[in-house]
Write a protein that binds this ligand. Structure first.
Ligand SMILES: Cc1cc2nc3c(=O)[nH]c(=O)nc-3n(C[C@H](O)[C@H](O)[C@H](O)COP(=O)(O)O)c2cc1C
Length: 201
């Protein structure tokens, strides 16, 4: 990775949006029910641009993103890996085919990895930063009128996946992000912060 082209936070302008940070946080519900519309490449770029401004101890830029174009050859290869992985585990053609189809059908699909550091501690920090990057990306998706589904399920688990995408076998899988225009609202639940917070003096 070259170091000559670093972005400076003071020089980067945020895209215009009418969505507040709090609205994006509360409206970012996992959703895998999409219309057929394929998200605009510029919108995906803005989301990725937001992702890389996640907190990042030691500024290691540990995230790696693979955007798999719908209908593309790489998408088909990854879909086949999803099929193979599930079929090997379950022997169930129908389930395996469902997993393959999920990869093929996603309006947009981004695989995210984090790279290892020089120690276990750094590798963990890198993974934490990459998770923050995913959250940035998913919040930006809300601002773009999109929704996402973060998965670490079958479609991320084939041992050959990282190399098929162009990565390394020792990278940590952060998740597959299925992204599109939501065709229905999605809801969720949480314990209130008061239940899990101690105010100490
Ligand atoms: C690291 C991580 C991995 C996840 N993997 C999956 C997954 O494999 N399958 C899935 O259905 N959801 C997955 N999710 C999504 C969560 O299940 C989802 O966030 C949860 O249901 C709460 O929904 P909400 O975020 O809309 O409140 C994952 C989320 C995270 C943070």
């Amino acid at each position: 990775m070259t170091t000559s082209n670093r972005l400076r936070s003071g020089n980067v302008s945020a895209p215009e949006t009418g969505v507040s940070v709090y609205e994006a946080i509360h409206n970012r519900r996992m959703n895998n029910d999409f219309s057929d519309a394929v998200p605009d490449r510029d919108a995906l770029r803005r989301m990725l641009d937001a992702a890389v401004w996640a907190p990042n101890h030691r500024l290691t830029n540990p995230w790696r993103f693979y955007v798999l174009e719908k209908g593309g050859e790489k998408r088909a290869q990854v879909a086949q890996l999803a099929y193979d992985n599930l079929f090997a585990r379950s022997g169930n053609h129908e389930h395996a085919d469902g997993s393959r189809q999920r990869v093929l059908d996603a309006p947009a699909l981004i695989y995210v990895y984090s790279v290892p550091g020089d120690s276990e501690e750094l590798t963990q920090e890198n993974y934490a930063a990459a998770c923050c990057a995913v959250q940035n990306l998913l919040l930006a998706a809300v601002a773009e009128g999109l929704a996402g589904d973060w998965s670490t399920g079958n479609t991320t688990r084939h041992p050959q996946l990282a190399e098929t995408l162009g990565g390394e076998s020792d990278w940590t899988m952060v998740g597959a992000l299925f992204i599109g225009q939501p065709s229905r609202p999605s809801a969720s639940v949480r314990a209130p912060a008061d239940e899990v917070t101690a105010w100490l003096s």
